[in-house]
Every structure is written in structure tokens, then in C-alpha cells.
Design a protein around this ligand. Structure first.
Ligand SMILES: *[C@@H]1O[C@H](CO)[C@@H](O)[C@H](O)[C@H]1NC(C)=O
Ligand SMILES: *[C@@H]1O[C@H](CO)[C@@H](O)[C@H](O)[C@H]1NC(C)=O
Ligand SMILES: *[C@@H]1O[C@H](CO)[C@@H](O)[C@H](O)[C@H]1NC(C)=O
Ligand SMILES: *[C@@H]1O[C@H](CO)[C@@H](O)[C@H](O)[C@H]1NC(C)=O
Ligand SMILES: *[C@@H]1O[C@H](CO)[C@@H](O)[C@H](O)[C@H]1NC(C)=O
Ligand SMILES: *[C@@H]1O[C@H](CO)[C@@H](O)[C@H](O)[C@H]1NC(C)=O
Ligand SMILES: *[C@@H]1O[C@H](CO)[C@@H](O)[C@H](O)[C@H]1NC(C)=O
Ligand SMILES: *[C@@H]1O[C@H](CO)[C@@H](O)[C@H](O)[C@H]1NC(C)=O
Ligand SMILES: *[C@@H]1O[C@H](CO)[C@@H](O)[C@H](O)[C@H]1NC(C)=O
Ligand SMILES: *[C@@H]1O[C@H](CO)[C@@H](O)[C@H](O)[C@H]1NC(C)=O
Ligand SMILES: *[C@@H]1O[C@H](CO)[C@@H](O)[C@H](O)[C@H]1NC(C)=O
Ligand SMILES: *[C@@H]1O[C@H](CO)[C@@H](O)[C@H](O)[C@H]1NC(C)=O
Length: 785
């Protein structure tokens, strides 16, 4: 009894001694839902929380605990939309802060359903509060401060009920406290599990005993496997060696192992996780005890010696544990421990980059709405309309609002993978998206956009592009074909027309076109003839020479070379085929196709090879009636012209290969040589030798800025070359071929200005009808052009 009295005296003395040396600098104590300021029994000033929070309703709850009855204000958050946040000022604080919150339900609403909800600090969810388990519930976290304002938020959880809070305290901690031994876990938050004042059994100690107002719980409620008497002795210690500065009153009591050789604290933990353990020892005994420290069966410290009047602290982290026992094992004299702190290590998610945050704020302003976008966009929970991966904002969905245009600010959201701006009154052209190189899904449907703009083709990651129900006009740009990952392109219900670029005609891409004026890959599927710009003539007729038929076919080239303009002459270079012989339609079979594979003259390319050679169809060097021509480079360095065909009626697979077979046999110095072809899925691609001199048309009319003056001699040579090429087609080749589209854009020049005729050969299949009609026209000496 005398001993206890002594202790009480010591405690009071110590307490007053402490008060003399500290004040409440930096303390913030909020009475949640309270209206009046007051000073409590510990001389701590409390204020209403209303200046730090904007949401929630308030009420008071009366309850009795033991002999005392309390009248406690609470704030609850019936509107579960978004985050319910306090913004705590920590501006003046240069160290970590302790944030302590208390939650009381006590049936304030008369429903008898204690809620469960989660709580976050900054970007980290720190804990889940379950008031069924404990009411009231107290949470404490050590937070490393690096901002002016620390958001503290309550979040509803499914079926959890209405979050409720009764008090919130901010306490600056000593500089550098709780960082020792955290090497593996820099900049983490610590959630308090235990803070035990070992050997002390008369309630909790806090301010003013602890100037930092930590709550040190009495030892009695823990269950060491072997109980021993607590010691408390009037001594003072030089604590400045310990950054955590435990109060002297706490160090003056210890649990000391007197008779047995093992002292163990068993400390159950809430979660499987990483934990930080701090052990305080003080030399309150006249002897210097030495002992081993064992945590969860692992020897963490051998022969720890605590010298008289010396205070020491040990720090440990333990990864992936879900229970904790700490054992002190006697080596000599009386092992002891003065205080134990155990914290769960809580990860603090990275904050979203400030560029992204300010961009989103600008966007929020431009909507003219309060979207409730505050604090970090991604953590602890993403804002409404936003999706995140880690600390990157990867999706933004704003719809049914009045945005009018895609402002340049959207271009700052560099990590976006999904952007959905459907029904946001967008007008004009699609713009300001070029920097969104991660963008995979873009939904701009249900707007009033009129033009594709030039940004889309640069969005190399795009997979889904939804432009339905806009006012897009004109033709679909060929450049969209450069989006090689695109697999859905929705152009429905626009005002588009014309043929779709062949580059979009691939197996992996679904193009939706209905509801436009006239839009398809093949003009023949267009019913609206008026929107069909031109009906093209078939370009070739392939006739097989009937062998051994005794008389030579009569074929004449009627050409004229001369006059003022070679171009004119060439255009009017007329080709007559006069044939009276019986012709037979060329028919080939699967067998021919197999032969083709073995045929050396023309190489069979895979679509992949073509894509590689053309650098994914990058450079267009010409646009013919049958499709675009791209510059390509074969692995051996040879330049080629890659012609991607599309036609009103594509050739059947057999016919295509058959004709390629024929063409590949035609070799003449004045005919452009077919190097190879590709026939995969719907693709029909021809690979020709590349002629760097451009076409005669380019040279005459200065297209492609190639204009050079052609001398008369040169013009004559070109005319002769072209005539020789045509002559070979008509008379030399087997089968004989009628060009039927001789024009100066179909005469190409090489480096030395030798001319070669191109674009002969493939066309729609030669049908009997064609032959018949050709019979007539040939007999009538008609022009073929
Ligand atoms: C209470 O705190 C104030 C300053 O916050 C101080 O002036 C006063 O002396 C304290 N009172 C007691 C009884 O500690
Ligand atoms: C919360 O307060 C609002 C007005 O501030 C009121 O309309 C609402 O009914 C209150 N909710 C509850 C559950 O008391
Ligand atoms: C810091 O706190 C002191 C009082 O403790 C106050 O006078 C000062 O204005 C604060 N500074 C800032 C930047 O809030
Ligand atoms: C809260 O705790 C009670 C009892 O421990 C349990 O039945 C209930 O499922 C818990 N609620 C949540 C949301 O975890
Ligand atoms: C920890 O936080 C400080 C201040 O915010 C920062 O300077 C430091 O780089 C961070 N350390 C790590 C490892 O993240
Ligand atoms: C416990 O502390 C209270 C004051 O906080 C004191 O009145 C009481 O006598 C103490 N009890 C013992 C057993 O020391
Ligand atoms: C406390 O210890 C520190 C070094 O750890 C020393 O600098 C300081 O003088 C000591 N203070 C007292 C009062 O002994
Ligand atoms: C302490 O924990 C270890 C490992 O978790 C276990 O093997 C040992 O039995 C525990 N000791 C006691 C006394 O609970
Ligand atoms: C423990 O350490 C003390 C001094 O620190 C030493 O005198 C003693 O021999 C050591 N005991 C053992 C068992 O290592
Ligand atoms: C343990 O402590 C006692 C004193 O309480 C001492 O006699 C004994 O030698 C110590 N060592 C071991 C290993 O028990
Ligand atoms: C577009 O948003 C408006 C509200 O801004 C809404 O009335 C309309 O129904 C929406 N239209 C579509 C197609 O979603
Ligand atoms: C784009 O948004 C519209 C309107 O909500 C929707 O109908 C359509 O399915 C979306 N497109 C894609 C590809 O998700």
C-alpha cells in the first residue's frame, strides 16, 4: 500500500513537471458534430469540427459507461456519395503527426445497427472501423507529413451503414520519431496496434504526462504468459538519445521477470501484414540485467544489457505476420521491458502528378459542374468519372454535359487509355488529342463533330474508336489505316461518303458504316449511284493465244509519236486489237495455284512481310483507280512499289493468283516488273519494282515537285519506250494483253529516264460477256482507252 502511494505521488509530480516544459503547440482537437469550444480535464482545448468538413449531419448521443455518463456529439454522413473528408491543417508541422480519431455509435439513431466503414489518411486507406466489434472505437496513425493539408476521409463500404465520427485529434510528434529501423519501409504510415506502458496497471497515460499526447495503455489488459510484479521507481533518464521521447513516467515502470527465466507478451494482430515494433528499456534496477529478445521465435537481440539510469530503444520490422509474441529470456539478473509499441505498416500510394491534377481541375471548371473532385484523383478511391492504375489516371468518362470542344487540357492527361466524351456537344474537328499516346478507347459518339482532324492517325495505341452519331463529312481519311491495333471503328450515322480506305479493310478490324450517305470498301455495294464518283473501266483483258491454230492473230498497234506534246500523243496512243481468231477464256485451277507457289519469277509475300516492308503502309507514292500505292523496302534493301488493290468486285482467290501467274511471266525492259504479290484473307496486294523517276505525268505537270524540263529527244525516247512496251503486251506476251488504260500517269521513268509501262494486267475477271462485247468492239475498230 505504501508502495502504491509512493507511485501516485511520483506520477502526479512527474505529470506537473512535464506540463511545465511543454504546451499544446500544434495540437488540433476537433469535437465532431460539436458546436462549442471547451477545455477538457487534461487541459486540452477542443473546438467544433465545422470549419474542417463540409458534409455530414450532426447529433448527440448519451450513453453511460461504467459509472460515468457521457453526452457526446457525433457527425454522421448519410449521403454516401464520394468521399466524406476532413481537411486537417498540418502546415506548421515539420515532423510526423499522430492522427487519432474516435468513433462512437451507441445507437444514436435508435436503429441498433452499428455501422462499419473505412477510413483514409492522405492517399492511404488506413483501417476499417467496425462498431459492432467495439463501440467506441479509437484509431491512431503516425503520418509522415509532406503537405500543408492532410485529408482524413470516411468511406462507406457495401452494407456497412452510415459512417460516424466523434472526435479527431492532430498531434505533432518529435522530430524524426518512428523512422528508426524503417529502412525497408521509407515514407510509410504507421497504424497503432499496441502502445503498452509495461508494469503499469492504473489506466492510460496521456497529455500532459506525454507532451505529445500519445496514449500509453496500462499493462493489465495484456496477457503475458507469466505475470510478474511491475516495478516503478523514481529516477530520471536522459531520453534525448531516443528520438521517440517516451515520457519518463512510462520509463519508470517496467515488467520485470523475477523468478522464471522467460517473459512473453502475446499480442494478437488484426491483419496479416508488415509490422513495426519498438521496445523501450530503462535501467531502473540497481543491477544491469542482460537478456535475449526473441520475436515470434526468432532471436533478434542477444545479451541485451540495460545499464543503470540508461534508456535504450530497439526497433524491429516483421514482414507478413498475423500474430506477435515477444519474449525476454534471462541471461543474468532480472530481464525487464518498460514499454512496447506495435504498429501496422500502411503503404501510402503515390500521388497523381500535379500536371494531371491541375488538368483535371481545369476540365472540371470547364464543365461548369461541381464534380466533387478534391484531393488526389486516384487514391484512396478514384474520383467519380475517373479510373486509375496506381497513381496514373487511365480513364476519364464525361458524358451528357456541355463541353463544346476538346480543350488542349485533355492533352495533359498523358496516361489516359480510355476517353469517353459521348454526348458532350462537341463540334468542329477532333483535336488536341495527339499527346494521348496510350489511348486505347476513344468514344466521341453522339456529338456534332464535323471533321476527323489529323490527330487520330497519330494515336498509335487506339483499339476502339467510336464516332457514331456525329456530323462527320466527306471521305474517311486513308491515314486511319495506320492505326494498326484498331479493331473497332464505328462511323455509323454520319454524313460520310465514298470508298473506305483499303488500309481499313482487314480481318482484325470491324468497321461499322451504316447510316452514312454512301460508305463502303467497294463502290458496288453502294445503291446510291449519284454518290458514286466515277464508273471505272476495267483495265485489262487477258486473252490466251490459241496455240497451233495455224494462222497468226492479227494485232496492230496504232500509235502516233510526234506533235507538240508528247503527253498528248501518249494519251492518244491508240491501241487496237483486231482479232478474228477464236479466243478461249483463261481458266486456272487450284493446280495452277500450287504451281504459282513454285514459280520463281514472282515472290509470294505474307501480309506481315508487306506491312514490315512498307513500314505499316506509311508512305503513299500514288493513288490509282484500284487503290493506293505505297513505297516499300524489301529485306534485301530493294525498293518496291506496293499496290494494295481494291475494286468494285474483287477478284476471286483463284483468279487473282492465276492472273498474277500470268503477269509474273511478262518480262520486258519497257514494262514495269511484278516482283511478287500477297494474297491473304481479303488482301490482294501486288509488289512492283520501284521506279524512282516518277510517272511521265509527274514530270510533265510537275506533280510531286518533280518538275524537270524534258527535252524533245527525251520525250521521243519515252514515247518509243512506251510503244515498245505496249507492242510486247500485244504481240510478244503469252497470253496477249490489252492495256486499255494507257495514259501518262501509267508510264513510269527510272533513274536513266527509261520509260516503262505499268498498270497492265489485273482487273476483274474476264467473263464471257466481256469477251463477247470485246469481240464487237474489236471488230468495230474501236478505241481502247
Ligand atoms: C492549461 O493550458 C494553458 C495553455 O494552454 C496554460 O496556460 C494553463 O496553465 C494550463 N492549466 C493547467 C492546469 O495545466
Ligand atoms: C441530414 O441533413 C439534411 C439537411 O442538412 C437533411 O435533409 C437530411 O434529412 C438529414 N439526414 C438525416 C439522416 O438526418
Ligand atoms: C504556425 O503556428 C504559429 C502558432 O503556433 C502561428 O502563429 C503561425 O501563423 C503558424 N504558421 C503558419 C504558416 O500557419
Ligand atoms: C463487423 O463485426 C461483426 C461482428 O464481429 C461482424 O458480424 C460483421 O460482419 C462485421 N462487419 C463488417 C462489415 O466487417
Ligand atoms: C520520403 O519523403 C521525402 C519527403 O516527402 C522525400 O524527399 C523522400 O525522397 C522520400 N523517400 C522515399 C524513399 O520515397
Ligand atoms: C489510479 O489512479 C487514480 C487517479 O487517476 C487514483 O485515484 C487511484 O488511487 C489509482 N489507483 C491505484 C491503485 O493506484
Ligand atoms: C543527454 O545525452 C546527450 C547525448 O545522448 C547529451 O548530449 C546530453 O548532454 C545529455 N543530457 C543530459 C542532461 O545528460
Ligand atoms: C511465439 O510465436 C512463435 C512463432 O509464431 C511460435 O512458434 C511460438 O510458439 C510462440 N510462443 C508463444 C509462447 O506463444
Ligand atoms: C553479456 O554482456 C555483458 C556485457 O555487456 C557481459 O559481461 C556478459 O558476459 C555477456 N553474457 C553473455 C552470456 O554473453
Ligand atoms: C536468471 O535470473 C536469475 C535471477 O533471477 C539468476 O540467478 C540466473 O542465473 C539467471 N540465468 C538463467 C540462465 O536462468
Ligand atoms: C445527352 O445529354 C442530354 C443532357 O445533357 C440528355 O438530355 C440526352 O438524353 C443525352 N442524349 C443521349 C443520346 O444520351
Ligand atoms: C460509346 O458511348 C455510347 C453512348 O453511351 C455507347 O452506346 C457506345 O457503346 C460506346 N462505345 C463503345 C465502343 O463503348
Amino acid at each position: 500500500m505504501a508502495f502504491q502511494c509512493f507511485w501516485v505521488w511520483l506520477f502526479l509530480l512527474c505529470g506537473f513537471w512535464q506540463v511545465a516544459f511543454c504546451d499544446q503547440d500544434g495540437f488540433l482537437s476537433l469535437s465532431c458534430g460539436g458546436t462549442a469550444s471547451f477545455i477538457d480535464s487534461s487541459n486540452i482545448s477542443w473546438v467544433s469540427d465545422s470549419t474542417y468538413v463540409t458534409t455530414g449531419n450532426t447529433t448527440t448521443v448519451d450513453y453511460t459507461e461504467g459509472s460515468s455518463s457521457s453526452h457526446v456529439p457525433v457527425r454522421f454522413f448519410p449521403d454516401s456519395q464520394g468521399r466524406n473528408c476532413y481537411r486537417l491543417p498540418v502546415k506548421n508541422v515539420s515532423s510526423s503527426v499522430l492522427i487519432r480519431s474516435q468513433f462512437v455509435y451507441k445507437n444514436y439513431d435508435g436503429l441498433g445497427r452499428p455501422p462499419a466503414f473505412s477510413v483514409s489518411l492522405g492517399t492511404a486507406i488506413t483501417s476499417t472501423i467496425n462498431l459492432t466489434t467495439s463501440d467506441p472505437w479509437t484509431e491512431e496513425s503516425v503520418w509522415p507529413v509532406d503537405t500543408d493539408t492532410l485529408p482524413f476521409c470516411l468511406h462507406t463500404i457495401p452494407d456497412g451503414g452510415i459512417p460516424v465520427i466523434s472526435s479527431l485529434e492532430v498531434r505533432p510528434l518529435p522530430q524524426g520519431a518512428y523512422k528508426s529501423g524503417m529502412g525497408d519501409f521509407p515514407n510509410k504510415s504507421l497504424r497503432k496496434c499496441y502502445r503498452i506502458n509495461c508494469g503499469y496497471s492504473n489506466g492510460s497515460l496521456r497529455y500532459p504526462v506525454d507532451p505529445y499526447d500519445r496514449i500509453w495503455d496500462a499493462d493489465e489488459s495484456f496477457s503475458p504468459s507469466r505475470l510478474s510484479t511491475g516495478f516503478n521507481i523514481q529516477l530520471s533518464f536522459n531520453q534525448s538519445s531516443i528520438r521517440e521521447s517516451p515520457p519518463i513516467a512510462v520509463l519508470q515502470t517496467a515488467r520485470v521477470l523475477a523468478r522464471s527465466d522467460v517473459l512473453t507478451y502475446n499480442l494478437p494482430l488484426d491483419n496479416l501484414g508488415d509490422y513495426h515494433i519498438v521496445l523501450f528499456f530503462a535501467g531502473i534496477l540497481p543491477v544491469s540485467p542482460s537478456f535475449d529478445v526473441i520475436i515470434n521465435g526468432n532471436l533478434v537481440q542477444t545479451n541485451l544489457t540495460v545499464k543503470n539510469l540508461e534508456a535504450i530503444a530497439l526497433f524491429f520490422t516483421r514482414k507478413g505476420i498475423k500474430s506477435l509474441n515477444i519474449t525476454f529470456k534471462n541471461i543474468s539478473f532480472y530481464p525487464l521491458v518498460n514499454a512496447i509499441e506495435v504498429y501496422e505498416i500502411v503503404d501510402i500510394p503515390l500521388e497523381v502528378s500535379s500536371t494531371t491534377v491541375s488538368a483535371l481541375q481545369v476540365i472540371e471548371q470547364s464543365t461548369g459542374l461541381d464534380l466533387g473532385w478534391k484531393d488526389d484523383p486516384c487514391s484512396p478511391t478514384p474520383w467519380n468519372h475517373i479510373g486509375c492504375e496506381g497513381s496514373e489516371v487511365t480513364s476519364l468518362e464525361l458524358s451528357d454535359i456541355n463541353l463544346r470542344s476538346i480543350s488542349p487540357t485533355f492533352g495533359d492527361l498523358l496516361d489516359l487509355k480510355t476517353l469517353d466524351l459521348h454526348n458532350t456537344s462537341l463540334t468542329g474537328q477532333i483535336q488536341n488529342l495527339i499527346s494521348l499516346q496510350q489511348l486505347e478507347k476513344l468514344n466521341l459518339s453522339f456529338n456534332r463533330l464535323t471533321s476527323f482532324g489529323s490527330d487520330l492517325e497519330k494515336l498509335v495505341s487506339l483499339q476502339i474508336l467510336d464516332l457514331q452519331n456525329n456530323s462527320l463529312q466527306g471521305i474517311v481519311p486513308d491515314s486511319l489505316g495506320e492505326l494498326k491495333d484498331l479493331h473497332l471503328l464505328n462511323l455509323e450515322n454520319n454524313k460520310l461518303q465514298g470508298t473506305l480506305p483499303q488500309s481499313l479493310n482487314r480481318e482484325s478490324l470491324e468497321v461499322r458504316t451504316s447510316g452514312n450517305l454512301c460508305l463502303s470498301f467497294t463502290m458496288s455495294t453502294c445503291n446510291d449511284a449519284s454518290s458514286n464518283p466515277s464508273i471505272e473501266t476495267p483495265q485489262v483483258t487477258i486473252l490466251s493465244k490459241k496455240k497451233n491454230n495455224g494462222h497468226n492473230p492479227r494485232a496492230t498497234i496504232i500509235g502516233a509519236v510526234g506533235g507538240a506534246l508528247v503527253a498528248l500523243l501518249l494519251i492518244s496512243l491508240s491501241v487496237f486489237m483486231f482479232m478474228r481468231r477464236k479466243r478461249s477464256e483463261v481458266t486456272y485451277t487450284e493446280r495452277a495455284r500450287m504451281e504459282m507457289r513454285n514459280y520463281n519469277a514472282a515472290k509470294v509475300f505474307s501480309y506481315k512481310e508487306i506491312k514490315a516492308a512498307t513500314n505499316n503502309f506509311k508512305e503513299v507514292i500514288g493513288r490509282g483507280s484500284f487503290g493506293s500505292v505505297y513505297l516499300g523496302k524489301l529485306p534485301d534493301g530493294k525498293l518496291v512499289a506496293v499496290k494494295v488493290r481494291f475494286d468494285r468486285t474483287q477478284l476471286g482467290a483463284d483468279s487473282f493468283i492465276n492472273e498474277v501467274h500470268l503477269l509474273s511471266q511478262i518480262r520486258h525492259q519497257n514494262l514495269v516488273c511484278l516482283e511478287g504479290f500477297c494474297h491473304e484473307a481479303k488482301q490482294q496486294i501486288l509488289v512492283y519494282e520501284y521506279l524512282p523517276g516518277g510517272s511521265l505525268a509527274d514530270n510533265l505537270y510537275g506533280l510531286n515537285s518533280r518538275k524537270i524540263t524534258l527535252s524533245w529527244v527525251r520525250r521521243l525516247k519515252i514515247a518509243l519506250d512506251a510503244a515498245k512496251g505496249l507492242d510486247y503486251l500485244h504481240n510478244g506476251s503469252d497470253p496477249r494483253i490489252i492495256h486499255r488504260d494507257v495514259k501518262c500517269s501509267n508510264i513510269l521513268l527510272d533513274m536513266e529516264m527509261n520509260a516503262k509501262v505499268c498498270d497492265f494486267g489485273l482487273s476483274k475477271q474476264v467473263t464471257q460477256a466481256d469477251c463477247n462485247s470485246c469481240d464487237h468492239c474489236c471488230q468495230g475498230h474501236c478505241w481502247l482507252s
